[in-house]
Design a protein. Structure first.
Length: 404
């Protein structure tokens, strides 16, 4: 198959998300993948010119060594509001170009605006369009007064797609509430690669801890991913700055970056917490297992807000595949996905994470909860997820052909 993917995020700088894992694994099976993406982080990076150039990135691989995709980045005007306005024009041109040159058999949309464009053009060309939902996307639109418009467009995408795929049952309910027909929806959960963690020897785990000055008696909390303002990490760091915790054996290792990176750095410096909290930048996906395995408890201390209510971040599956117990905010999507007594301890708010870690930091408890976590996700292999998506795409292609 030739698969065209459209999204409104930076394929190279963000993730790897479910999209990276699935598409690179499909590529490894011999399918051709092209991605049209959007430089969403241009504000953080700054700009060398007001209008960017079209760029093509060949042989891109973020999650799978033998899986490569081609990423096409259309130009945009790098100015507030004009970036998304110009996207409507430049992405329309690029999608038409890919339809003519690449001739995809199926299109998969992960965005809002360019998914809307791709869906309409796919309908004209009688190409199946799959809408893949990993977030309640309109809630992530950075400009507040545009969110209602984004919600309307997102709803139209769900109503007009050949299939609507979600990563968990909570998001499936969301897509149905937004207008998708239940019979037209599917759930394809995130996969895990247990071998990534089984291959990390204890000596590497110990050397990673030693690199940061963590002893074998310390209880190391771990978080990885994008540092959103609602990630809860500022609250966890603030809690660890209190006198009681400064003399405890609780430590925190963060691997990632984001909007609050500077805030966290400043909190560490101001409170002289260099030996208590470590903030690393991005690491290649292949290196992440060593950091997870070097930790004792993984955390997801997110705020209970509208953005987080239904989603299940892919990092949860990674944590659990590593056999680590997880402390997470009691979010409806998480609770529905994982339930109780499956390696996750729920807390009401981010600040509770540290106290809970101390109360439950006994090694026997960690071992037992980690075993339950791994047992819960060990059947969710990436191969199974890719099989499901491949079958869904192939069926959509055959169905579309049968109507010609």
């Amino acid at each position: 198959m030739r698969i065209l993917v459209v999204q409104e995020s930076d394929w190279l700088e963000k993730g790897p998300h479910q999209s990276h894992h699935l598409m690179e694994r499909l590529s490894a099976r011999g399918h051709e993948i092209r991605v049209i993406d959007f430089e969403i982080l241009w504000r953080q990076k700054g700009r060398s010119s007001r209008i960017s150039k079209r760029i093509v990135f060949e042989h891109v691989s973020k999650a799978v060594e033998n899986g490569e995709v081609t990423v096409v980045r259309p130009p945009i005007i790098k100015a507030r509001l004009l970036d998304y306005s110009s996207l409507l024009y430049t992405h329309t041109i690029e999608i038409r170009r890919q339809l003519d040159e690449f001739k995809p058999d199926v299109i998969v949309g992960f965005g809002i605006l360019n998914a809307f464009i791709a869906r309409r053009l796919a309908k004209e060309r009688r190409i199946p369009f799959l809408y893949y939902v990993i977030d309640e996307l309109h809630r992530l639109v950075p400009i507040e007064f545009l969110r209602n418009l984004a919600k309307t467009v997102e709803s139209l995408n769900m109503k007009g797609s050949d299939k609507v795929v979600s990563i968990n049952e909570g998001l499936r309910d969301y897509t149905i509430a937004m207008g998708a027909r239940r019979s037209n929806t599917e759930v394809i959960r995130a996969g895990v690669d247990l071998g990534l963690y089984d291959r990390i020897p204890r000596s590497v785990q110990q050397s990673t801890r030693a690199m940061y000055g963590f002893s074998e008696h310390d209880v190391v909390l771990f978080f990885m991913g994008w540092l959103y303002p609602f990630s809860g990490l500022r609250e966890v760091v603030a809690e660890l700055s209190r006198p009681h915790w400064r003399t405890s054996n609780i430590r925190l290792l963060i691997v990632g970056e984001g909007e609050i990176s500077n805030d966290v750095h400043e909190m560490i410096s101001r409170n002289r917490m260099e030996g208590i909290v470590v903030l690393e930048g991005w690491k290649d996906y292949s290196n992440l297992p060593r950091y997870i395995m070097a930790s004792d408890i993984c955390i997801l201390p997110a705020h209970r807000n509208d953005i987080m209510l239904s989603i299940v971040p892919i990092k949860m599956y990674e944590y659990m595949a590593a056999g680590k117990p997880v402390i997470a905010t009691n979010l409806p999507g998480l609770h529905r996905e994982f339930g109780n007594d499956n390696g996750i301890t729920y807390v009401d708010k981010p600040e509770d994470t540290v106290l809970t870690a101390e109360a439950l930091g006994v090694e026997d408890w960690r071992t037992e909860q980690g075993r339950k976590a791994r047992a819960f996700v060990e059947h969710n292999t990436w191969e199974k997820s890719v099989d499901m998506l491949q079958t869904l795409a192939e069926d959509a292609i055959e169905e579309k052909k049968s109507r010609l």
